[in-house]
Design a protein around this ligand. Structure first.
Ligand code: ADP
Length: 576
């Protein structure tokens, strides 16, 4: 399909050619006709001049018949019409008609001019011969007096025929020229529009992100220069975009690696950018094109965004809760880009730790207070008591002191774990650890007539972990199992898959009421206070267990049924 540019150039050129040809034809017709008439006029004047002397002589002799004959003969010879007119306008002789029958010629413009001594010329329609004619009249003088006017005339029809013959030839030549011009215009229009088309296609490809374009023109003009500049521009663009995407990639990597959630909003509050941490916070896969209030429905967040946008402050921070977690949300407004940047810093753990510390202090003081009050009470009783009864009191005081020691020891273990002491990672055989713990508790189990055994289809299971801490974990679990089992067995089972080790501590003890299972990992939480006291429980054992499991990036779950037993299941990754 021909492009508008091609058509414009082509039709423009054709219009110029046609217009110019038309003008040339018109003007050449006028000029040629003029030239012919001039030449004929000259010829007629020469005839008149030649006849003038002879006519003066004949007129002087007053031999008008001879004059008429001469004129008629000359007219035939020269193929022109010759008329001789007297100063009063009367026709004296005429080569074609009888002068007697002819009207007065005094008012003819060429005759008037000649009577005034000048040459007269006129083109006129002759009513006598009913044709357009060219008239030339010259004065015939005798002693400087105009005694007659000699006029010769010719039919213009012969000129017109001549001119139209000439014009036909010129028109043929012009048509030939027009055909050549059309071909030339076609080639010229193509030579301009083709490279421009190439440039347009190349620009479109660049606009669609394809920078592998290179325009080559086999010519040496401005279009080639344009192509060279275009290629250069594409190269520059390519480098620029590469650099930009590299920078963007670097920025994205930085943003993605930041643990804080990052959210960038446009002027209307639509999400422009966010990192994975933010997606994790709001528990969604994609947020592109959504408004921030569709993602987090919190009036305090709306207030925060509005206040930074309205320029009340350059940046602003508030505490908000999302999906049961607490975040410090900071907002900053980029006034040039009309964008709002929000960062979400998770402080749930810090808050929990603070709350836990507070609880711990309260719990510890409460837990220590009970045995200490008891010890003080019994000492006071002893003061006024019979020394024979001392032994009984000392026994009670000793039991409470042991409880104090237990609490302090458990607190120490817990504190060590919490102070994020780094794990001593080594390759360990979990069976080895379990066997050590079984050996440790064997006498107690035997004493309670409880079977304590390890069951596994694997001879050994290797994993990476802290041997000392994992041993502590099994000590606490087996210790609890023994404490809360009156008869039956305690079985430790182990299994493994490619990535994980699964251990179970199964007892046939008293079980845990369903509604309390979720609380047993809390510090100082005991199900049955009096029973726990009696057997020296502190309520800290399972907190320690949970800590150790979490430090190994594992999981712990409990299943229990009252009066039939409890199963603690621990899943540990093989590598950390
Ligand atoms: P304690 O020192 O009192 O045993 P723990 O933190 O070890 O404290 O356990 C918390 C509570 O969970 C215990 O008081 C007990 O009621 C319950 N519990 C723990 N292990 C078992 C078990 N194997 N069988 C029944 N109850 C248990």
């Amino acid at each position: 399909m021909k492009t508008p540019l091609f058509l414009k150039i082509f039709l423009g050129l054709i219009a110029i050619v046609v217009l110019m040809t038309g003008l040339v034809l018109t003007f050449s017709f006028v000029i040629i006709r003029h030239h012919y008439i001039d030449t004929l006029g000259e010829q007629l004047r020469n005839y008149c001049t030649v006849l003038s002397d002879q006519a003066v002589t004949i007129i002087r002799m007053n031999d008008l018949d001879s004059l008429d004959r001469t004129v008629k003969m000359l007219g035939k010879q020269t193929n022109t019409r010759i008329t001789i007119i007297a100063p009063d306008g009367a026709v004296l002789a005429d080569s074609e008609k009888d002068p007697q029958t002819m009207e007065n010629h005094g008012m003819r413009s060429e005759i008037k001019d000649a009577l005034q001594g000048q040459e007269g010329r006129a083109i006129r329609y002759s009513r006598t011969v009913k044709q357009e004619m060219l008239y030339v009249a010259v004065p015939a003088r005798s002693n400087k007096t105009v005694i007659a006017v000699i006029r010769s005339s010719i039919y213009l029809s012969s000129i017109n025929a001549l001119i139209s013959q000439l014009m036909t030839r010129i028109i043929y030549i012009s048509l030939g020229l027009i055909v050549i011009s059309v071909i030339v215009a076609l080639l010229f229009a193509r030579s301009i529009s083709h490279p421009i088309q190439d440039l347009i296609h190349a620009s479109r490809r660049v606009a669609h992100g394809d920078f592998d374009v290179n325009i080559l023109f086999k010519r040496n003009d401005e279009l080639k220069e344009l192509a060279v500049s275009f290629n250069h521009m594409v190269e520059q663009l390519k480098t620029l975009i590469k650099e930009q995407s590299r920078e963007k990639e670097a920025l994205n990597t930085i943003i993605a690696s930041i643990r804080e959630g990052i959210l960038v909003l446009d002027a209307k509050g639509k999400v422009l950018l966010c990192n994975n941490s933010f997606l994790e916070i709001i528990e969604q896969d994609s947020v592109q094109g959504k408004f921030y209030w569709e993602l987090i429905r919190r009036p305090d967040l709306n207030e925060l965004v509005d206040s930074v946008r309205e320029g009340q402050r350059a940046s602003f921070t508030t505490e908000i809760e999302i999906e049961q977690r607490t975040f410090i949300c900071s907002a900053a407004y980029l006034s040039t880009a009309h964008q709002t940047v929000l960062t979400f810093h998770d402080i749930t753990e810090i808050m929990e730790a603070a709350a836990m510390k507070k609880d711990l202090v309260l719990n510890v003081s409460h837990e220590l207070r009970t045995p200490l009050t008891a010890i003080k009470g019994f000492i006071e009783t002893m003061e006024s008591a019979d020394p024979g009864q001392y032994k009984r009191y000392i026994e009670i005081i000793k039991r409470h002191t042991d409880r104090l020691i237990n609490i302090v020891e458990d607190l120490q273990t817990l504190s060590k774990l919490e102070s994020r002491e780094r794990l001593q990672i080594e390759e360990i055989d979990i069976h080895q650890i379990v066997r050590n713990v079984i050996t440790m508790f064997k006498p107690a189990a035997r004493h309670q007539k409880i079977k304590l055994l390890l069951k596994s289809k694997d001879p050994k299971i290797l994993l990476k972990g802290d041997a000392f801490k994992l041993e502590q974990l099994f000590i606490n679990l087996v210790d609890n199992a023994l404490k809360y089992t009156e008869e039956g067995s305690i079985t430790i089972t182990t299994e493994q898959d490619d990535t994980r080790v699964l251990c179970k501590v199964i007892d046939t003890g008293i079980g845990i009421p369903l509604d309390q299972i979720s609380r047993i990992f809390e510090r100082f939480y005991v199900v049955d206070l009096s029973r726990s006291r009696k057997i020296g429980g502190t309520g800290l054992g399972l907190s320690i267990v949970k800590h150790i499991v979490q430090a190994h990036h594992g999981e712990i779950t409990v299943e229990s049924e009252l009066d039939s037993g409890t199963t603690f299941t621990i899943k540990l990754p093989k590598t950390l």
